[in-house]
Structures are given as structure tokens and as C-alpha cells.
Design a protein around this ligand. Structure first.
Ligand SMILES: Nc1nc2c(c(=O)[nH]1)N[C@H]1C(S)=C(S)[C@@H](COP(=O)(O)O)O[C@H]1N2
Ligand SMILES: [Mo]
Length: 491
């Protein structure tokens, strides 16, 4: 009789599910990296201070360029889904994360509920010298004797332990540290990793380690005996049918690779449908966990970034904006209307009479860069309260003088749950100077628990609405409509 205790069915299942989702997340991770393929150890992202760059384009300092110009297009073989698709890549990454974490948790729980942890968790320091011996055996191109496997050899056991209990959690923690909502609510958390860019760089190093592990793992599975190893991980034994086990494993791996390519191509063909479906998996969880988070940032002045990257070109050839700008925005009015009892127009002087506040906060662009600046302005809530929003108002719609890439006025919507947060402001100053044209003069939104794309610049009007599905393409904003970002942008 075959006793298959070492590789029960749950070990084999979670192993292959893990392979599917970690591969998906690595591919989607490369996609996300390509949206700003520069890595830093500081949160200022000053051009030239990156420690690693995969950029292929050059940006001369004597003309204005924006962060969107800096995106690169990774190939389909490396990235999910390939091409210029940050929005879709993020959906694949977060979709994968939910299943990868759930699968990992199920595995770890079963490990400890059963007695299986005993063959994985080292219980003696002697495993280190033994693992070194095994390493020496492999490097000198020998194989450990069959008696060295219990069922793992010491090097294997130590590596698996480190990947499951150190690298896995490390990837989750460094991933979370890049979320604007988490960093705004717990500014000290990201500091553990050296800030958002430190977390991002470490997250990338985690990706490289996982790729190296996968490569080494695959080589050693083949080198030490593919029939026995694949018998264990597919059929739960290696006494019989090892040839069949190899065939099954190859079929599973090829199926996974085909699935990556197929889902990439399908999601590129119909991105909106896939964004809605993939988002359904993580969207409710993300909203539940992050929408109530309140920003508690206040960086010291000494941490203000020497230079803040610009995204979005200023309104071009817009006659009205040009006229207002020529008049130093004296004729500019912020229109507030929609589901309010009292629609109003505010001049800059009106707004400047309201209680002003300054916040020194970190800007988190969805592409990956960030920067710290001092923003001065008035609470969004103070402005809206004067117009008395009606109870059915569920979203705040911000429209800009600038146009999006489809030629329509740039707009974004915010859940009304974000409106009275302490650091949700309409800013008219940046770093003690009136807003420059590039950064959104005369007024822009700052909503510090969200990604940068929600913070509409060159504000023209605010409308309170019940639903965003009847606005634009119905996804909740220009970037949602055109680039497939999520309407709630907390991660
Ligand atoms: N009107 C408008 N507002 C916008 C954008 C834009 O393209 N148009 N880009 C957004 C994005 S993606 C980011 S990261 C921030 C950048 O702000 P900054 O240029 O002041 O750094 O502005 C946001 N506000
Ligand atoms: Mo952005």
C-alpha cells in the first residue's frame, strides 16, 4: 500500500494554485513597474537619483514633460497584459493578490492544523550547517543521498521555510506600504521600509528573489529526480506512474502559461469588461478597508521635495483659461452646483476668506513616483457646507479647465465619505507660493488618502451628483474612463 502522508492533496493543490497566482502577480508587477520604470531609495524621486532604471526614453530639462510621457510598454511575454496598460495591470495584480493570499493562508493554516509543519519549520540550529553542506554538494554538481530528503533536504527545507514565512509576508507588507491610504493613516508604517520608494524598491527586490527561487526550484526539481519530485507534487507518491506525473506537471505548466497569454490578450481587447470583473474581487474589500481612513500626515518642512514631478499638461489653447490667467485669475470663479440647496460661485478672494490650513503631505502617483509638498488651502467641507448638499448627493464631481486625451474636460469623482476628511482640501498654494500653472493654478484638489490622479488641477467647477455612471463613459473619472483606473484610489 502507498502511504502518501508527505504530500496530501491540499499541499499539491495549494502548490499549483500558488504557482498560477504568483506568476500572474509577477507579470502584472512588471506591468506596473513599467509605468514608471525607475527605482529610488528616497521619496523625492528627483530625476537622476534613481538607483535602478529600465527607462529607454530621455527627458531633457529644458521643456515640460509629464509623468505619463515616461511610461514604457513592456512586452506580452514579460508582463500582464503587456503594452501601455497600467490600469489593467493593477487589476490583474490586485485580483491575483486576493487569491494568492487566500491560498497562502489556507496552506499555512492546514500546515499547522495537521502535523505537516514539522517537515518544514526548522526546530534545530543545526539545519544551517547542514544546509551549507547541501549547498556545497549541489555547487560541486553532486546530489545528496536519498537519505538526506525528509522529505526535503536541509537546504530545500530552509529555502521553502524562508520563501513561505519571510518572503511571502515581506511582499505583502512592502506592497501595502505603497498604498496612499495606508501611508496617510499610518505615516510611520512606510518609514520602516524607508518610505514609499523604499517599499517599492524592496517590493521589486522581492520580485527578483521570487523569480530566482522559481528558477532554482525548477532546476533542482529536474536535477534531483523529476520523476520522484513531480510524482510527489502531482500524484502524492513516487512509487508508481512517475512518467505520468511528469506529463501532468508539464501540462499544468503549459496550461498556466497559455492562460497568462490568453487572459492578457482578452483583457486588452475588452478592457472595461475585464476591469469591472477583476475589480469585483478586490473592490469591495478595498473600499471597506480604506474609505474611512483619515490622513494624519504632517512632514517637517525639511522633508519637502526639491522638485515635484508634473502630471497632466496645463490647459492648452483654452481661450477662457488663457483670459483668466492673463488677469491673474481675478475673474476666475469656482462654480458649485448640482444636488445642493444653494448653488454658488466663489472667487479666489471668497475662498481665501475661509479658514486656511497648511498640510505637508506625500503625493502618491499611481504610476509609482511620489513627492512631498506643503499645500495651503481651505477644507473642501467648508466650501460645500455653504451650499448645503442634499442627502441624495453621493459623489462630488470635479471638472477642470484642462482636457483629457479624448478632448473632454478632465473630471474625477469622489465618494462623499471622503469629503469631510481633515486633509481633503482645495489648495491655492504650494510650498508657500501661489500654485504654478503646471501644478494646477488657481485651485486644485488635495485628497491625501487617494492616488494623485483624483486630485483635479485647474479646477473649474464642482457638481454634487447621485451617480457617476451617467457622466463621461460612466466609470467615475477621466482616468477611469480612458486608462481603466479604479474610481476609489486608495491603493
Ligand atoms: N486636470 C487634471 N488634473 C490632474 C491630472 C491631469 O492630467 N489633469 N493629473 C493627475 C495626476 S495623474 C497626478 S499624479 C497629479 C499630479 O500633480 P502635480 O502635477 O501637481 O504633481 O495631478 C492630477 N491632476
Ligand atoms: Mo498620477
Amino acid at each position: 500500500m502507498i502511504v502518501a502522508t508527505d504530500f496530501p492533496v491540499w499541499v499539491r493543490t495549494t502548490h499549483w494554485i500558488n504557482a498560477l497566482f504568483i506568476g500572474l502577480m509577477m507579470r502584472a508587477g512588471i506591468q506596473i513597474l513599467a509605468a514608471y520604470p525607475r527605482l529610488y531609495w528616497n521619496d523625492h524621486c528627483t530625476p537622476g537619483t534613481e538607483w535602478l532604471s529600465f527607462a529607454t526614453k530621455d527627458f531633457p530639462r529644458d521643456r515640460l514633460w509629464t509623468a505619463l510621457d515616461m511610461e514604457e510598454e513592456p512586452p506580452l511575454v514579460l508582463a500582464q497584459p503587456g503594452g501601455n496598460n497600467l490600469g489593467l495591470g493593477r487589476h490583474w495584480h490586485f485580483f491575483g493578490a486576493v487569491f494568492w493570499i487566500a491560498n497562502g493562508l489556507a496552506y499555512v493554516i492546514l500546515l499547522f492544523v495537521t502535523d505537516s509543519w514539522r517537515r518544514l519549520v526548522p526546530t534545530s540550529w543545526s539545519i544551517f550547517p547542514h544546509a551549507l553542506d547541501t549547498l556545497h554538494t549541489y555547487i560541486t554538481l553532486h546530489k545528496p543521498p536519498a537519505s538526506a530528503f525528509h522529505p526535503f533536504d536541509p537546504l530545500q527545507q530552509l529555502t521553502y521555510f524562508a520563501v513561505i514565512f519571510l518572503l511571502g509576508p515581506f511582499l505583502i507588507l512592502t506592497g501595502a506600504a505603497q498604498s496612499p491610504a495606508i501611508e496617510a493613516r499610518f505615516p510611520r508604517y512606510a518609514r520602516i521600509f524607508g518610505g514609499r520608494q523604499g517599499a517599492r524598491s524592496l517590493h521589486f527586490i522581492g520580485l527578483v528573489l521570487f523569480a530566482l527561487f522559481t528558477l532554482g526550484h525548477t532546476i533542482l526539481v529536474i536535477y534531483t529526480g523529476p520523476g520522484r519530485n513531480l510524482g510527489d507534487i502531482t500524484l502524492g507518491q513516487h512509487e508508481h506512474d512517475t512518467g505520468l506525473a511528469i506529463v501532468i506537471a508539464v501540462i499544468v505548466i503549459v496550461a498556466i502559461l497559455v492562460l497568462y497569454v490568453l487572459t492578457s490578450l482578452l483583457s486588452r481587447r475588452n478592457p472595461r469588461r475585464w476591469v469591472i470583473a477583476l475589480g469585483a474581487v478586490f473592490r469591495p474589500l478595498m473600499r471597506l478597508l480604506t474609505l474611512r481612513a483619515r490622513s494624519r500626515q504632517q512632514y517637517p518642512r525639511s522633508e519637502i521635495s526639491p522638485y515635484l514631478i508634473v502630471n497632466g499638461y496645463p490647459p492648452r489653447a483654452d481661450e477662457e483659461y488663457e483670459r483668466l490667467r492673463a488677469g491673474d485669475f481675478a475673474g476666475w470663479r469656482l462654480h458649485v452646483y448640482g444636488l445642493v440647496e444653494e448653488p454658488r460661485e466663489f472667487s479666489l478672494a471668497d475662498l481665501q476668506e475661509l479658514p486656511a490650513m497648511t498640510q505637508i503631505t506625500k503625493h502618491h502617483c499611481i504610476q509609482g513616483w511620489c513627492g512631498i509638498a506643503a499645500w495651503r488651502g481651505i477644507a473642501l467641507a467648508d466650501v460645500l457646507k455653504q451650499c448645503r448638499p442634499l442627502p441624495q448627493a453621493r459623489y462630488i464631481l470635479f471638472r477642470s479647465y484642462q482636457r483629457d486625451t479624448a478632448g473632454r474636460p478632465f473630471y474625477e469623482t469622489l465618494d462623499t465619505r471622503l469629503f469631510d476628511h481633515p486633509q481633503t482640501i482645495l489648495a491655492y498654494e504650494m510650498n508657500d507660493q501661489p500654485l504654478t500653472i503646471e501644478h494646477g493654478a488657481p485651485l486644485r484638489l488635495r485628497v491625501e488618502t487617494q492616488l494623485g490622479f483624483k486630485m483635479v488641477k485647474w479646477l473649474r467647477e464642482i457638481e454634487l451628483i447621485e451617480d457617476y455612471r451617467c457622466i463621461g463613459d460612466g466609470m467615475g473619472g477621466s482616468r477611469e474612463d480612458l486608462m481603466h483606473y479604479e474610481q476609489v484610489a486608495s491603493i
